[in-house]
Design a protein around this ligand. Structure first.
Ligand SMILES: [Zn+2]
Length: 313
């Protein structure tokens, strides 16, 4: 049997055919085109599924399920995308709409949870009892797995690490608070810190990478220039990792998980990021060495969302 995992992102809808064991057999993608009627996006998803079936020379009857990872709040009981701000979706009946094309069960999950499920089953946290995954992208996404299952909290809103305070009284956040991790630990934040450092230092290698325009500095340029020893980039990267380490340290204090995974765009900096964060986690608590979780990079990259959606049950 074939499982289908659909990862609905801000720019792309990725669709994968996956085995029961979590192996990706084939994948297809279409532009999200956010703002279109949802029916048009569902049409595109169904079209990708048909494409994959044709490529695998399989019939629709071979599908055991379709899982959909969505960027927002979902209600899997009712088969609804309750609120996906970036897609402009409120109470969209995803299960019913996809059910018009395929007769198999359709399951829904939040995209960050789907990615964590994949890492927990076949990725960097495979075999671990507990895992917190932090995704460093446009914003800070996160998910908590306890005993292999997503911890949703008693009202379904647990694991919103992006809106935990890392700088009391800090930058204003869209959520209404200030000093949120989203504003200090996302790729967006790293790029902003790089831009600021360019203005302060003036002679940064980041400026050359950005064609002389500070506004064109990206998170990737900051990590590359920092790795090469650029002073301005090192200052920005140092601030960034300090805030990220504060977030990770809070997570450890709260949950003592077996592993903390860092994923998303900034995690492509690899060991350079990981080592910097690890070095900033206090090794002692009340004068005693404390047991720390493994802190590691997510392993499945862009495929995690698709694979995790396909492994929903
Ligand atoms: Zn916030």
């Amino acid at each position: 049997m074939i499982r289908i995992g659909i990862d609905v992102g801000g720019t792309q809808i990725k669709v994968g055919a996956v085995t029961d064991g979590g192996r990706l057999l084939a994948s297809a993608a279409v532009p999200t085109g956010a703002g279109r009627p949802y029916t048009a996006m569902i049409d595109d998803m169904a079209g990708c599924v048909a494409q994959l079936l044709a490529r695998l020379d399989a019939r629709p009857e071979a599908l055991s399920m379709i899982g959909v990872g969505l960027p927002g709040y979902v209600d899997n009981e009712r088969g609804l995308a309750v609120n996906c701000t970036n897609l402009n979706w409120i109470d969209v009946p995803v299960r019913a709409a996809l059910g018009r094309y395929y007769g198999c069960p359709v399951l829904l999950e939040n995209d960050a949870n789907a990615a964590a499920i994949a890492e927990g089953r076949v990725g960097a946290a495979a075999g671990c009892a507990s895992c917190v995954m932090i995704t460093l992208g446009t914003g800070v996404g996160s998910a908590i797995l306890l005993d292999g299952r997503v911890w949703r909290g008693s009202h379904g809103v647990a694991g919103e690490l992006g809106h935990m305070t890392v700088v009391p009284g800090g930058l204003h956040c869209n959520c209404g608070r200030s000093g949120c991790a989203d504003r200090y630990c996302s790729a967006t934040a790293l790029a902003a810190q790089g831009r600021q450092a360019c203005l302060m230092y003036g002679d940064s290698a980041m400026l050359a990478m950005a064609g002389g325009d500070p506004a064109a500095v990206t998170a990737k340029m900051v990590t590359e220039a920092a790795r090469a020893g650029d002073r301005a980039a090192l200052a920005a990267f140092g601030d960034y990792t300090r805030h990220l380490a504060t977030l990770v340290d809070n997570v450890i204090s709260l949950l003592d998980p077996e592993v903390v995974l860092l994923g998303g765009g900034v995690s492509r900096a690899g060991a350079f990021l990981l080592d910097a964060v690890k070095a900033l986690i206090p090794p002692c608590d009340m004068g005693q060495r404390r047991p720390l979780p493994r802190i590691a990079l997510a392993a499945l990259g862009n495929e995690a969302g698709m694979i995790g959606a396909a492994l929903l049950e």
